[in-house]
Ligand binder design. Sequence first.
Ligand SMILES: C[S@@+](CC[C@H](N)C(=O)[O-])C[C@H]1O[C@@H](n2cnc3c(N)ncnc32)[C@H](O)[C@@H]1O
Length: 205
Amino acid sequence: MADDHFDASADTWDLEPGKAEESRRVADAIAARLALGGRERLLEYGAGTGLVSQGLLPHVAGVTLADSSEGMRRVARGKVAAGALPAGTRVWDLDLETAEAPGERFDLVVASLVLHHVHDVPRVLAGFHGLLDAGGHVAIADLDTEDGRFHAHLHDFDGHPGFDRARLARWLEEAGFEEVAVEDCTSIDKDGTDFPVFLATARRP
Ligand SMILES: C[S@@+](CC[C@H](N)C(=O)[O-])C[C@H]1O[C@@H](n2cnc3c(N)ncnc32)[C@H](O)[C@@H]1O
């Protein structure tokens, strides 16, 4: 799917009903699952406006947001300027499907509701692995397999209709991760239908 949809949605993203609460629940689930010590360098991939990172601020030391949508990056930069995200928060233009992972290393890579928009998921997981220091964690929140209704309003959606948990776990192992765990995280209400969201976590050996 082109970035146009996210560029156009960026300014009103945080105002969408339920969006901030969903992101807060994802951040809380990550903080509850991983023993974060407050010194972690966080990279949020497909960060959008940075809502999940905002929820993780009490648990990490530094934040880098990465997204392929210029509109989302503009809103995220605005939050840094306004103080909603800490000074020093970096906003990167990064698409791991088409670019190599930068040389920098992090302790935590978070991807919330972005992987179902990615075509080559194993390639992006390999990118996450390369971005982590040994002992660092990846945390992926995404939709369980659904019947396509989640994106029915988008005529050009060409991503995944959610994920089979076992398949994603296998991809994580194949990317070199260990301690792979997948658990219930939250759910998203869309037009009266509840779509379950899982949290997958894993560690780079
Ligand atoms: C559904 S939004 C989720 C935003 C945020 N993570 C959240 O939970 O509110 C998906 C985000 O992933 C970004 N995205 C989609 N494909 C991407 C890719 N290949 N690389 C980087 N970002 C991507 C979009 O621009 C969008 O901001």
